[in-house]
Design a binder for this molecule. Structure first.
Ligand code: ZN
Length: 347
């Protein structure tokens, strides 16, 4: 068998059977500190696909960063076929400022594919496209809900792409949501470049969430196993089929005030059910937030101070809400018992 070629990225050359963290220069900060986008590359001894895993495109969504850290410690990666490129913090500017954005308030995930002479966000997007996406066959991009919101672990895929639907089922997060590609998103730009990206959304910005982390790590390992990059041993299939939702919508605050929620992510709801109350500070006006359909809560606001129109509950339509509850229980108990997490602390 011919020896596998070296993997070139940035100015670095990685030989087969080795792994290394490399720093891709982004820019110089105003105080002369160099800023980089750093990637850990595991270049397997044997041929196989190139897969990237990215996190921190939104700098405050730190669960994905922890998922990458845990993933890189998994012993099975020692026998990887193909190449894994892990970028735990794409947007280091946002991460250092506990912010979703770049310093000029641009959202990196609205500026892909980027340009060389554009804004800082646009240049960073372009660097990611040329150094990471262009070298990959498949990507997994890790996100959380925006600040003051939380998400039930879920994979978002574009309607009409059968392969990403198949991979989302392999991943085994409790919910698969179909959502249109957004203009300027990494997922959209990668798709235009012929690279499928699974978008994982779990937990809350600026917080850790153990089950969200576990759902991410186990899902990525299942996808790598599916791509024949890892041996099957120790990587269990999801015990239940993830719930597929073709539509979802946000219930919004009927007035400004203080939010008291009776329901949480992962709860099923029925049409007409009161999910929360929004009250003014005097308790004189209390307005219930009522579900207008049966469904499953896949995201919700966690910050009680709300303005009229704020998004409060993200309710996904699922075929059978009762069965959905059971599926969620099975999948979360599987994550709790998964021996791959034996060494990890429960946060
Ligand atoms: Zn995000």
């Amino acid at each position: 068998m011919a020896k596998r070629k070296v993997f070139k990225i940035g100015d670095e050359v990685i030989t087969p059977g080795t792994r290394r963290t490399i720093d891709l220069p982004v820019s110089m900060l105003s105080d002369h500190t160099p800023m980089t986008m750093s990637a850990h590359v595991i270049h397997g001894r044997r041929d196989g696909p190139v897969v990237f895993v990215s996190a921190g495109v939104h700098g405050d969504e730190i669960i994905g960063i922890e998922i990458v850290r845990r993933l890189l410690g998994v012993p099975q990666l020692d026998s990887l076929r193909g190449t894994l490129i892990a970028v735990p913090i794409v947007n280091a500017f946002g991460f250092l400022n506990n912010s979703r954005y770049l310093p000029d308030r641009r959202d990196l995930n609205r500026t892909f594919p980027g340009t060389q002479g554009g804004s800082l966000a646009s240049r960073l997007a372009r660097l990611f496209m040329t150094e990471i996406v262009a070298r990959s066959d498949l990507g997994i991009d890790l996100h959380s809900a925006a600040v003051h919101r939380t998400n039930l672990p879920q994979i978002r895929i574009s309607p009409g792409n059968r392969e990403t639907l198949r991979l989302a089922r392999v991943f085994g997060a409790p919910v698969i949501l179909r959502s249109e590609l957004r203009e300027g998103s990494l997922r959209g730009a990668a798709s235009d470049a012929g690279v499928d990206v699974l978008l994982f959304e779990a937990g809350e910005a600026l917080r850790f969430d153990e089950m969200a982390v576990r759902a991410g790590v186990s899902g990525i390992l299942r996808v790598l196993k599916d791509q024949s990059m890892l041996p099957a041993k120790g990587i269990a299939r999801p015990k239940r089929k993830p719930l597929l939702s073709k539509s979802s919508r946000w219930l919004r605050a009927p007035q400004g005030g203080l939010l008291r929620s009776y329901k949480s992510e992962g709860d099923t709801v029925t049409e007409g059910e009161t999910l929360a109350i929004v009250a003014d500070p005097f308790g004189e006006v209390e307005i219930p937030v009522v579900s207008d359909a049966d469904g499953l809560i896949v995201g919700r606001a966690v910050f009680p101070n709300v303005n009229e129109g704020d998004a409060l509950f993200h309710v996904a339509q699922v075929a059978d809400p009762d069965e959905a509850g059971e599926t969620l229980e099975h999948l979360s108990s599987q994550l709790e018992a998964d021996p791959i997490f034996d060494e990890d602390e429960i946060i």
